[in-house]
Design a protein around this ligand. Structure first.
Ligand code: PBG
Length: 330
């Protein structure tokens, strides 16, 4: 027996003795209502198409997307975030503002399927619809033109709201995007549509598998608009701007490598905070598990509770449905 002199032994292990004890004393737990499922829908395919770098994730057809949304609602998942992959991409991302564009068609289909049972969200960005793969319009010198892009985002916001999105997620990291989109929505009578701001979105190598998922045409990188991974304090500058412009919720992305940023943001705000566990994070766990190097389910659940511990209220994860089922059983 060890001793601290006059004091009784302090033994934190007493609270770890049984599963029931650990369950009672857990500071954080993941609830299905914390989870949002990102989902891809591709125009013009007859069968769901597997994404090789994201085993278990597919590009959906409209039918399989409906089924996935219904399944997510059934599992108690909070929401779904839709990404559309159009058949034809061009310099200005025409498909993004076409009411018949795949994302808008998918929004209508999902709302028809689940109504208000899920929070239906859409990615508000041009990279899925542009042939050059950038998140905005390019100027004559090939630079991403901030203010010309804002005008496109404003149009996108209105068509996405009209297609039935409850929440829009502007993810392009243009300066002023939240305010610009908010004004456009309000002017069109969509005061009720909420904005989930990608407040601190870092330029990341871990987006790799997503680029396959949306068949991105990107060559080069997004370093002139997404944040530098070296910067933490800068996230607070983005944060104050997004809040001033009317963000209803804020997000940090990627997830695990940026938990310090998540904590700083969570400590600074009174709005809900989301974290996005991105494609490369998913791929790493799946690949290591496939090799038998880690225990898949334990690793997944550990990553998710770590987001909660770091201050996330909402977690976007490709594992949302299976994690919700396990969380409900705990
Ligand atoms: C941009 C967008 C990206 C992701 C979500 N929205 C890619 C990027 O910024 O390059 C990445 C999501 C993931 O990797 O899971 N529309």
């Amino acid at each position: 027996m060890f001793s601290h002199g006059a004091f009784p032994d302090v033994r934190p292990r007493r609270l770890r003795t049984t599963a029931a004890m650990r369950r009672m004393t857990a500071e954080h737990r993941v609830h299905p209502a914390d989870l949002v499922l990102p989902a891809f829908v591709r125009e013009g395919i007859a069968e769901p198409a597997p994404i090789s770098s994201m085993p278990g994730v597919v590009q959906h057809t409209l039918d399989s997307l409906r089924r996935a949304a219904a399944e997510a609602a059934d599992a108690g998942v909070a929401g779904i975030m839709l990404f559309g992959v159009p058949e034809v991409k061009d310099a200005v991302g025409t498909a993004a503002t076409d009411p018949g564009g795949i994302l808008q068609v998918a929004l209508r289909a999902v709302r028809e399927e689940v109504g208000d049972a899920l929070v239906v969200m859409s990615d508000l960005c041009l990279d899925e619809t542009t042939d050059h793969g950038h998140c905005g319009l390019l100027d004559e010198r090939g630079r991403v033109d901030n203010d010309a892009t804002l005008a496109r985002y404003a149009e996108m916001a209105v068509v996405q709201a009209e297609a039935g999105a409850h929440v829009l997620g502007p993810s392009g990291m243009m300066d002023g995007q939240i305010g610009h989109v908010r004004r456009a929505l309000d002017a069109a009578g969509h005061e009720d549509v909420a904005l989930l701001a990608y407040t601190a979105k870092y330029t990341s190598a871990f987006y790799g598998p997503f680029r396959e998922a949306v068949e991105s045409g990107l060559t080069g990188d997004r370093m002139t608009y997404q944040q530098d991974p070296a910067n933490g304090r800068e996230a607070l500058r983005e944060l104050s701007q997004d809040l001033a412009e009317g963000a209803d919720m804020v997000m940090v992305k990627p997830g695990l490598p940026y938990l310090d940023v998540l904590r700083r943001v969570a400590d600074a705000v009174a709005v809900p905070v989301a974290a996005y566990q991105i494609s490369g994070e998913y791929a790493m766990v799946e690949a290591a598990a496939e090799k038998g190097w880690i225990e898949r389910e334990r690793a997944i659940d550990e990553t998710l509770v770590c987001f909660k511990r770091a201050g996330a209220d909402v977690i976007l994860t490709y594992w949302a449905v299976e994690a919700a089922r396990r969380a409900a059983a705990r």
